[in-house]
Each structure stands twice: as C-alpha cells, then as structure tokens.
Design a protein around this ligand. Structure first.
Ligand code: XIL
Length: 425
C-alpha cells in the first residue's frame, strides 16, 4: 500500500513537472557540440572505432526540448514533504546520500537544456563529461588547450553542488594523433613522456580543487596478448613502455594531491581481463605508483553479471587498497556475450528491439542487484556513475546498430522500473 502511494506520488509529481515546461533554444550548445564533433572527426584515426566519433545526428530524445522555470522549486518542496512524512526519498542522490555519490556522464547540450539539466541536478550528485575532458578535446593541437566546454560542465556542477569525476587524462589508443608524431616521424620516448607530463599537469592543475577524482589512465590493459599494457598500433606502450602509465599517475598526484586517482577500464566481467587488471595494479602499487582506485566501467547487458562475481571483484581490488567505483554503468537490453563470445552488431541482426515488460523487469533486477551490492560494500565502493542521465543511448546504438534503453530514466525523462527498484530499499 505504502509502495503504491509512493508510486502514485511519483507519477503525479513527474506529470506536474512535465507540464511546467516550455521551449527555448539550444543553439549555442549545438554549435559547441558541432565544433567538438568536427574536431573529433578530423582527429579520428582509427576508422574501425565508431566510439571515437560523436555523430552529428545525436539528438537528446523525443521530448527533450528546453524549458521549465519552476521545476527546481517544486521538486525540492515535494521532497521536503516526503521527508516530513517519513516516506523514502525519491531521488538517487537523496537515497544514496549516506552511501556514495551517484553520477551521470553528460553532454554539453544536455546541461544547456533546462529540462534535462533539471533531471541531472535533482537526481545526481556527481557529473562526468562524457567526452569534453578527453585528451582529443582538451588539447587538439600541441600546446593549444581548449577548456571551454569542460569549464562549462564544471561550473554547472559547482553551481549545483555536484562533484566532478574527471574523465580522462590518458587513453592510450585515443590520444590526439599529434601525440604520436614529431616532424612527421614516430615520436621518441622522451618527447612522448614529456607530452604526457604537460597534458596531465596542465589539465589537473586547471581543474584543481574542482574535480574530486580523475580517471588518470583509461583502457590500457589488453584482454589478450603477452604484454602487460596494450600493444596495438599507435599505442603509447610501444613507444614508452610501462613508464607512461606510472608517469601519468605521478604527475597527476603532484598537480593535485587531493584528487583521487583512478585506473579505469572495461571488461571486468571477463575473469581473465579482470585478473590481468588486478595483477597489473597490484604490481603498480607495489612499485609505488600513486593509484587510489579502480573504475569498472560497467557497460553490461541483459545477461547481467553474477552477484557473487561482483562481490568477489570488489573485495579483490579492495584487498590491495583500492577504492572501487562503477564509472560508466549502463545495462543494455541485449546480451553482451553469447556462448562466451562478445556479441557483435551482426549477431543482433535478427533480435527484436522491443523493450518488453519482461526485459524491463530483468533489467531492473540487474540494476537493483548492482546497487544493493555496492550499498552493502560501501566504503569499498565509493561511487556509481551512469553513462547517461536518461535513455539517450547513442553510444550503444551506434556500436550495436540497435535501439537501446539502458538507463534509469526513459527518453521522456520519466523514471523507469529500474529507477524505482534502485531507490526503494
Ligand atoms: C564514449 C562516449 O559516450 C561517446 O559519446 C563517444 O562518441 C565515444 O566515447 N569507454 C569510455 C568512454 O571510457 O569514454 C566512452 O565514451 C565509452 C567507452
């Protein structure tokens, strides 16, 4: 009964909030995004990597036009009423206040749209720039730092009392192209290390005191192969060996001693990869590299991740003195793997994209298990970030060529079953 009343309350309040909106323009955000996209397009050198290009066709979802003046006041007064009546709180950030920050990765045009911005500020306590603090965006040409969009995201966060998770300083296969060359030839080790130092130092100092943590190195450890770090074509590892990894952490620590420094990666659901990451970080810590935490990206699917394995993984990293955060969580409505193999776009061709009741329920069960485990392991787990505030799933759609619904709020910014299951505990 209580649950039903809470549910009705939420539906009524979201309808009221939805009705307060009116439209206005988003031009400046779009032009910022478009110029970033152009930049990214010209920088892109890995033609197989669709993730590296932000498409011009990205939209914010069907019902996301700009608006609303009174939403903040209404939401906060509603929340006060709930608090007085002793009912559970209905925002992620309130529900998790005593646990850890709940974050969302954002695009600049999302924070410039008042309706989406309102969802972000009322629900989340932390922000990550989905793209705008990546090396290709921040230093598109050697010595030319472009903090413009990143600064806007950070000042939005500061104004709204939100934390900022910095993402990312060094991403081996996705540094700007110039990083790897000097006068038309492959860059030497010394110059490459110097460039890493300059980039990390400049960026971390610029955001000093504003970013509470940084993904210092992203996706550096391979799934397979003999080398401890990735050795794909153009990799920093080929040129500078493991030194680049250590350097990035040492420089970041010096530039902002108060920022928590993370190693961030995907594929923790694969035992082999998880164990490789574990061994690497254990050794790096043993040689004194200042790493405070590990970020599990958490791009998972409807085939889920087992509770026992998730607990074991958190415990493992925590046992070597690392905080654990889930940094890019989304639960795709499709499986990530089939018979042990990673699904490719072609494997999903004949799969229906219907977002059925059954899939919604399954997805909510996975979300609620992940959040419960993280709550129960608070202290070891220090944050969860969703890779979008709502079902804007362009990144997944592009990768798999199928419409997706991976987050806690739908395309109209309404809470989904997963949201209810995550906040009602
Ligand atoms: C993705 C963004 O979401 C896309 O918009 C962009 O086109 C490519 O990058 N791992 C990461 C994130 O660490 O930075 C990636 O973000 C997703 C995979």
């Amino acid at each position: 009964m209580v649950k039903m009343l809470q549910y009705c309350f939420l539906i009524v309040s979201t309808i009221i909030l939805g009705c307060t909106f009116s439209s206005s323009s988003n031009d400046s955000a779009d032009s910022v995004r478009n110029s970033s996209e152009k930049l990214q397009d010209t920088m892109s050198y890995d033609i197989n990597d669709t993730q590296n290009i932000q498409s011009k066709s990205d939209s914010l979802g069907p019902n996301s036009s700009d608006s609303s003046k009174s939403i903040v006041r209404k939401t906060s007064s509603n929340r006060d009423v709930r608090k007085v009546s002793g009912a559970p709180q209905y925002s992620l950030k309130d529900a998790y206040r005593n646990y850890f920050p709940i974050g969302a990765a954002v695009l600049p045009n999302q924070i410039n749209n008042s309706k989406i911005a309102n969802l972000i500020t009322t629900q989340f306590s932390s922000i990550t720039a989905a793209n705008d603090m990546k090396p290709t965006y921040l230093q598109p040409k050697e010595g030319v730092f472009n903090f413009n969009v990143g600064d806007k995201i950070v000042s939005f966060a500061t104004k709204n009392n939100m934390k900022v998770r910095g993402h990312t300083l060094v991403w081996p296969r996705k540094m700007p192209k110039w990083f790897y060359y000097s006068q038309g030839k492959a860059v030497g080790k010394d110059l490459l290390l110097k460039r890493i130092e300059t980039h990390v130092n400049t960026v971390v100092q610029h955001y000093k005191g504003k970013t509470y943590c940084w993904d210092v190195v992203n996706e550096a450890i391979p799934f397979f192969g003999p080398n401890p770090l990735d050795s794909n074509k153009d990799s920093l590892y080929i040129i500078a060996g493991e030194e680049y990894f250590d350097k990035a952490f040492y420089v970041a620590r010096k530039a902002d001693p108060n920022a928590k420094l993370f190693y961030n990666d995907n594929g923790f659901e694969w035992k082999k990869k998880r164990d490789r990451i574990f061994e690497y970080l254990k050794k790096a810590k043993a040689r004194g590299v200042p790493i405070d935490g590990v970020g599990m990206q958490g791009h998972w699917g409807i085939d889920g991740i087992s509770e026992a394995y998730l607990r074991e993984t958190i415990k493992m990293f925590s046992s070597i003195g690392l905080e654990v955060q889930i940094t890019e969580l989304d639960i795709s409505i499709y499986p990530i793997r089939s018979s042990g193999k990673v699904m490719k776009a072609a494997d999903l061709k004949s799969t229906s994209d219907a977002y059925t009741e059954q899939i919604q329920t399954k997805q909510a069960q996975i979300y609620s298990m992940i959040f419960r485990v993280c709550r129960e392991m608070k202290g070891q787990v220090t944050g969860i970030t969703l890779w979008s505030p709502y079902d804007w799933a362009n990144y997944l759609t592009k990768r798999m060529g199928k419409k997706n619904y991976p987050y806690l709020f739908d395309e109209n910014l309404q809470p989904k079953k997963s949201f209810h299951d995550v906040v009602n505990f």
